[in-house]
Design a protein around this ligand. Sequence first.
Ligand code: NI
Length: 252
Amino acid sequence: MGLTDTHSHIDMINLNPEEILKEAREYGLEKIIVPSADRSSFEKVIELSNKFDEVYCALGIHPTEVLKSDFDADLELIKKLSENKKVVAIGEIGLDYYWDKSFVDEQKKFFAKQVEIAQELNLPVLIHDREAHFDCFEILKDVQDIPVVMHCFSGSMEFAKQCMDKGFYIAFGGVLTFKNSKKMKEVAKNIPLENVLIETDAPYLTPEPYRGRENHPAYVKFVAQCLANLRKIPYEQIVEVTTENAKRIFKF
Ligand code: NI
């Protein structure tokens, strides 16, 4: 069984997709999900997933892009394009209070509406939550019947427990491998493995030992290795469980 990178912007990497995927296969990757950030990336992520068997995609408007979005038209487009079988989630969507807090109301409105659409379409949601744990949870806590994936999780153990109570999934990326990520390591050690996913968020947040370089999906291997070390279980078990989790969630 191979690795699954559940969050990788391969359309933003400075290499052609053939090279990215060749390297990914060499590192033992089996599947990659490419999320979108705005309308202009919808076509790109769908094209990539149509072209390559192991690539799947998610459609959504990222919280930092909501002011540039034509709300109703974009939501209609998401609904229409999600008929494609390679669209396996709505994302990435959520709240970002780190970059700009001047349009929180628009972010919340857009986020809530996209969660509603995901429920309508029966698709999982990929959540971007940056310094907005409480408000994200408020919008997600009543979600039913669809898996909720907390991408690039940055909360405390207490917040992780709240997420576990709701059956949410937590995805760990390159930051887990950083020396100073004590809080994240504690969460990664202690939550049930059945709720864990791994990802890269490439081209950002490159894991050790390549920190500082451009990130590639192949490097999800280092996240898996880190998780195996933290939990003191075999690497193969991490690969197997996280890929099984992804299969169950995204119905590959
Ligand atoms: Ni992302």
